[in-house]
Design a protein around this ligand. Structure first.
Ligand code: CTP
Ligand code: MG
Length: 357
């Protein structure tokens, strides 16, 4: 490990850990909210079945991986089983049909059809207070949700760390891919990366039973294999003894310090699939380019300033929205966070998550 002159004392880490655990308890959704989400899921399943026949509605994102904060949006995905001889419903058509149907229902408000988005979705609010995005046939989103959930199960510390990092990113206004910062999904990948480096987490995409090879389980042309049966993980992988001693406070500090001063933005790519770093050259992620999209969808600007490889969709840079200006802001926030946690443990978590205006 690199020598770190700012590294705080064990006592400081203990104070941070204590406050982090209190804040987490406050931020997690209560059982009533979970119940309302389940009811909404049920309602959407009925409506999908009435509209399309054979349909399945699955939650993904934070409502599926156990990493939701209270009042988080719910992401769901609808899967249709086309009957034999029947024509498949295109994403744009799906959005139009379910959107039109939902607009007529009295318990849904602000139904918005994004038919021409890169990933077409319907956005809406349910009168029970839950905001929801409805996507279509997105298998990889379900698999990456399950991968994140497995990492969460693999070590108790993951959830607390992610919850604090999410809250920090929201309050500091660097959690919006539409304005150049990072999605929550991106932050979770960054946390997993640091925990893999610290020996807290394995690489579940490389963990295999016996001495076998990594299998290839095809999903839309990508390998969706990962070791999911966490109850049996200890047979194939052990955390390092040192990693078992690290507190949530210490790992949080380590997370911010790493992205404030160790990670080399100009050359490196975060890859939880590899369990470490790749280079931009290896991935040929060196030149920004604009990607044309099929059927008159808006072009996508691919940027490679902050490179975070999607665990399955290997040509997808999850840090794509980040531009020069937002990178400067985000790095500044990593530095601010590391500095706060290195000073005085008492009240540090509250200072870390102070709203930025
Ligand atoms: N996702 C993705 N690629 C991205 C962003 C998101 O595949 N570039 C998918 C992932 O399946 C992710 C889900 O969309 O789990 C939701 O992403 P996001 O809303 O960023 O994460 P949440 O965990 O839902 O966080 P929040 O509670 O803040 O909504
Ligand atoms: Mg979400």
């Amino acid at each position: 490990r690199k020598y770190d002159p700012y590294r705080p004392s064990i006592q400081t880490f203990d104070l941070i850990t204590r406050d982090a655990s209190f804040l987490c308890a406050e931020l997690l959704p209560n059982p009533a909210e979970e119940t309302r989400k389940l009811a909404l899921l049920q309602r959407l399943s009925e409506i999908s079945a009435e509209t399309f026949g054979d349909a399945e509605v699955l939650p993904f994102g934070s409502s599926g991986n156990g990493l939701a904060l209270a009042n988080a949006d719910m992401d769901v995905c609808v899967f249709l089983n086309a009957k034999e001889g029947e024509e498949e419903v295109s994403p744009a058509e799906f959005v139009e049909r379910i959107g039109d149907r939902l607009e007529k229902e009295p318990d849904f408000e602000n139904v918005l059809q994004l038919r021409k988005a890169r990933v077409p979705i319907v956005k809406l609010n349910h009168i029970n207070g839950i905001a929801c995005d409805i996507g279509y046939q997105n298998d990889l989103a379900i698999w990456n949700t399950r991968l994140l959930r497995a990492y969460c199960k693999a070590d108790r510390r993951v959830r607390d760390i992610v919850v604090i990092v999410k809250q920090w990113a929201k309050k500091r206004r660097i959690n919006n891919p539409y304005t150049g910062s990072l999605s929550s999904y991106a932050y979770v990948l960054l946390v997993i990366h640091v925990l893999q480096r610290r020996g807290v987490l394995p690489n579940l995409q490389a963990t295999v039973e016996g001495n076998g090879q990594v299998p290839f389980w095809d999903c839309q042309g990508f390998n969706r294999y990962f070791f999911e049966d966490i109850s049996r993980l200890s047979r194939y992988w052990q955390p390092t003894p040192e990693s078992l001693k690290q507190s949530v406070g210490e790992l949080l500090y380590e997370f911010f310090r790493y992205f404030a001063s160790e990670f080399r933005y100009a050359t490196h790519v975060v890859s939880i699939r590899k369990g470490g770093l790749l280079t931009k050259e290896m991935k040929e992620w060196t030149k920004d380019h604009t990607q044309a999209q099929a059927d008159s969808k808006p072009n996508v600007k691919n940027r490679y300033l902050f490179c975070i490889e999607d665990p399955f969709e290997l040509d997808h840079n999850v840090g794509r929205p980040v531009d020069r200006y937002s990178l400067f802001t985000i790095r500044g926030e990593f530095m601010r966070a590391a500095k706060i946690l290195s000073k005085n443990g008492d009240g540090a978590i509250a200072r870390l998550c102070v709203e930025r205006h």
